[in-house]
Design a protein around this ligand. Structure first.
Ligand code: ZN
Length: 348
């Protein structure tokens, strides 16, 4: 499982530019689905044929990143953020630009030697940052296949920490994708199963919206990562989500403006976790939401829930998850897919 996460996390796929990561996911599903296709939005949809009852697993494959906004005469590249960044995290990162070929670069920063006392205390805006690809001029940059609109992703490889914890970039949501792939492979459900690796979640739940409309499943689970609030400084969030305490079942996210999970969905996920003795935690969150919100509001309303893996330092290149939580999430999604028909009916 660590190897699958490593493969998915090390790969790139900024929102709207998911080609590389989609190919990797497709290869992982080969042999486990009756059909794998891509829709016009770029979502990857794997179908395993079964009964009339249809269940959708959705995990977004996009990651936050940047896009080239301007190239100056000296060959420095200005960028615009894609998705939710805290600017200080972007500084001093090594990045990959996807022009005609892969080009490495760095987000440059002034050394402390050149900073005035007041400057050191100030946060630097992304609009003041630039990428250095080693070019000497604008023409030099363009000759590397880079232009306005070229996507930029953070480049960071997975490393294993103590206590079966791992760190890497884009665990939101490549860890969720890994969980969904593994649950899709393991599930013994006789329902028709869809696994959708959705696009553009980080910029407005877009792929989930269109794919849920097309599939109109009887019930859906979004698999994502969520904020663990168990590290120094996170106490003020007054949340109980802790690394190593199991998969997270969402009750409410975005203070209810996102998802308020329906009681049948809540019972389904919670009772499944209890029946199979799968460690789980319940989440009420004020910020952030998931693909389940978009799926839930599709057509006449599709019952949708969220199973997530808690992650520390989310939306940074050093996210940390616990493999025990990953395994709990796989187990919960697989078992829930098998007993979904005890809780929901065919709606069509
Ligand atoms: Zn996410």
């Amino acid at each position: 499982m660590i190897e699958l996460i490593r493969k998915l996390s090390n790969a790139h796929g900024v929102s709207g530019f998911e080609d590389e990561i989609r190919d990797i996911i497709k290869a992982e599903l080969e042999g486990y689905a009756d059909e794998i296709k891509m829709d016009s939005m770029g979502n990857l949809i794997a179908t395993r044929n079964g009964s009339e009852f249809e269940l959708m697993l959705a995990a977004h494959m996009d990651e936050i990143g940047f896009v080239v906004k301007k190239i100056d005469d000296k060959g420095f590249i200005r960028i615009a953020p894609i998705g939710g960044w805290f600017s200080q995290i972007a500084l001093a990162q090594r990045v990959v630009l996807y022009g005609k070929q892969k080009v490495y670069g760095v987000i440059g920063c002034k050394p402390p030697h050149l900073m005035k006392e007041e400057e050191r205390k100030k946060a630097i805006e992304i609009s003041d940052m630039f990428i250095d690809v080693g070019a000497k001029s604008k023409e030099d940059v363009i000759s590397l296949g880079i232009d306005v609109g070229t996507p930029v992703a953070v480049d960071r490889e997975v490393a294993v920490l103590a206590n079966r914890r791992i760190t890497g970039k884009a665990f939101d949501n490549r860890v969720g994708v890994a969980v969904a792939i593994e649950a899709f492979r393991k599930s013994k459900s006789d329902a028709t199963l869809y696994f959708v690796a959705t696009v553009q979640e980080e910029v407005g739940l877009k792929g989930a919206k269109t794919s849920a409309f097309a599939l109109d499943p009887d019930v859906a689970i979004a698999i994502d990562s969520c904020v663990a609030a168990d590290f120094p400084g996170s106490e003020s969030a007054q949340m109980d989500i802790t690394l190593g305490k199991g998969a997270v079942i969402t009750v409410i996210d975005a203070s209810g403006r996102g998802l308020i999970v329906s009681q049948p969905v809540f019972r389904w996920l919670k009772e499944t976790a209890e029946k199979y003795r799968i460690p789980y935690q319940l989440e009420v969150a004020e910020g952030g939401t998931t693909d389940a919100t978009a799926i839930n509001l599709t057509k006449s309303g599709i019952p949708a829930g969220v199973v997530s893996v808690p992650a520390r330092y989310i939306h940074s290149p050093v996210e940390v998850v616990d493999m025990g939580d990953v395994e709990s999430a796989v187990e919960l999604v697989a078992r829930a897919s098998e007993n979904a028909k005890d809780y929901f009916r065919v709606r069509k």
